[in-house]
Design a protein around this ligand. Structure first.
Ligand code: SAM
Ligand code: SF4
Length: 473
């Protein structure tokens, strides 16, 4: 028994969360245990993000904290992985002498080897090579004893789109899709260990399998839909230029596919979309939204928007505001444009001042808040199947404990809205609540970012709620 422990700090997107699980599985296979707190760990991994400058600052600030820890505990091994590691490579070792290892986005499968070398020789290593062992993408995580209710599975890595603001193709490499058999095997394993919902991840899921001549993404969804015990399927991200009828129909034909799509538009100005290299126009985006709503009337739509892209005029910004007023998104992730190394937009002229970017962001968020409230308010009085994720943040003390089952719970609608509720609101209902259960709740209140509901008896739930009725009792 190794008797050593590890701690992982994950910064960034869902893909990093998935990669951190892969890292944890490999460390567990080496005999490392998960440390309860950072200060007790023998090995600390920081899984970094570089999509915006802010994410990088977050990583360096955490690394600063680790420098102090290493003074107290010189035996501590520190590794930096993820997108910032891929981008900065040797520079990180030069800037931070307390770091032992820098490993890139395609080096996760080599991690055990790299760590063993550092332990044996007390050397410092940088591995940002793009080479991956043939089964690098497909290695399954160690079988988990206890999967979360909702979990991520990466189905493809990298990106071939080269949007001019974006660093992803430069730090994650070209698109590569995993074999559907490996994906199915992994999801089945996760379901066996407790998962009920899976989110399939890729930078542009519409191009899943195309290069390799595998299944199309809608075909993959149909296969995943057959997995017994799996209740819900989500996916992200779909690129509007490739979003078409195949995927629209997949919402209708697969009862486990949730009624939500994240379709990042980035801007409502054709001029800016062209400069971003997005390869669609505002009209085309709106046309696709109309077709989607035609086929799936209740579907929730969320999006990403960048404000203050170089050269964005007041008129361009007004076009974006107009698009928001036309679509009525359920939610938006809005970001101020951030210069990224290697992304072509760094060279673009007419940069927008930080002050102006902030001002536009606030204006946009205020408008969206209005639509989010309307969307949430419209659900008041309706009955929604909620996939219970656990006790709500306020009272959660980590692992699930059945004795907590009379407290405040949290879950999501199929449209991805957070619903909180008290179980003891209706003790006569006989509804036993635990993570992973689908519970019908009547929505009573709508807030800016969540809903408040009350569990109801299954019999009084309206029929025909997509594919989940049989799990509710
Ligand atoms: N592949 C997805 C797509 O095509 O929409 C998104 C991937 S990216 C990890 C997530 C979001 O970050 C993007 O949709 C974009 O809005 C935002 N983003 C990317 N680069 C950015 C930059 N340089 N400045 C500000 N936001 C950025
Ligand atoms: Fe970045 Fe564009 Fe690829 Fe999305 S599609 S990851 S925004 S380059």
């Amino acid at each position: 028994m190794l008797n050593k422990s590890f701690y992982i700090n994950t910064i960034g997107c869902q893909m990093n969360v998935y990669d951190s699980e892969q890292i944890a599985a490999r460390l567990a296979a080496m005999g490392y245990q998960q440390a309860g707190v950072l200060e007790q760990a023998d090995l600390v991994i920081v899984n970094t993000c570089t999509i915006r400058a802010k994410a990088e600052q977050k990583a360096f600030s955490f690394l600063g904290r680790l420098a102090k820890l290493k003074i107290k505990r010189p035996g501590l091994v520190i590794g930096v992985g993820g997108c910032m590691a891929q981008q900065e490579g040797h520079k990180i070792l030069r800037r931070a002498p307390h770091i032992d290892l820098v490993f890139g986005t395609r080096a996760i499968d080599r991690l055990p080897l790299l760590i063993s070398k550092i332990e044996d020789k007390r050397c410092r290593i940088v591995d940002v090579a793009w080479t991956e062992t043939p089964d690098g993408l497909d290695t399954l995580p160690e079988r988990r004893l206890d999967s979360p209710v909702s979990t991520f599975v990466t189905v493809m890595r990298g990106c071939d789109n080269f949007c001019t603001y974006c660093v992803v193709p430069h730090v994650r490499g070209r698109e590569t899709s995993r074999h559907p058999d490996r994906i199915m095997e992994e999801i089945r394993g996760l379901v066996q260990s407790g998962a009920k919902e899976v989110t399939l991840l890729g930078q542009n899921v519409n191009s899943y399998g195309k290069k390799e001549g595998l299944l199309s993404f809608p075909e993959l969804l149909s296969r995943v839909n057959t997995i017994e015990g799996l209740v819900r399927i989500r996916f992200t991200t779909s690129h509007p230029k490739d979003f078409g009828s195949g995927l629209i129909n997949a919402f209708r034909s697969n009862e486990k596919v949730c009624d939500h799509i994240h379709l990042p538009v980035q801007s409502g100005s054709d001029r800016i979309l062209k400069r971003m290299n997005r390869k669609y126009t505002k009209a085309l985006y709106l046309d696709k939204i109309a077709k989607l709503r035609d086929t799936c009337p209740g579907i929730a739509i969320t999006s990403d928007i960048i404000v203050g892209f170089p050269g964005e005029t007041e008129t361009d910004f007004a076009d974006t505001m107009d698009l928001i007023k036309t679509v009525h998104f359920d939610g938006l992730f809005a970001f101020v444009y951030s210069d990224r190394p290697n992304a072509p937009a760094v060279q673009f002229r007419n940069k927008i001042s930080e002050e102006e970017k902030r001002k536009r962001l606030q204006t946009l968020l205020k408008l969206q808040e209005h639509f989010t409230r309307i969307k949430n308010q419209a659900l008041v009085g309706s009955v929604q199947p909620i996939l219970v994720e656990g006790t709500s943040k306020k009272q959660s003390s980590g692992r699930f404990n059945r004795s907590q089952s009379t407290g405040q719970w949290t879950g999501r609608t199929t449209t991805n809205k957070i619903v909180n509720f008290y179980h003891h609101d209706n003790p006569q209902s006989g509804v036993d609540i635990y993570p992973g259960k689908v519970v019908y709740t009547r929505i009573e209140k709508a807030y800016a970012h969540s809903l408040w509901g009350k569990p109801i008896e299954v019999e009084s739930a309206t029929g025909g709620l997509k594919g989940e009725k049989s799990y509710a009792a």
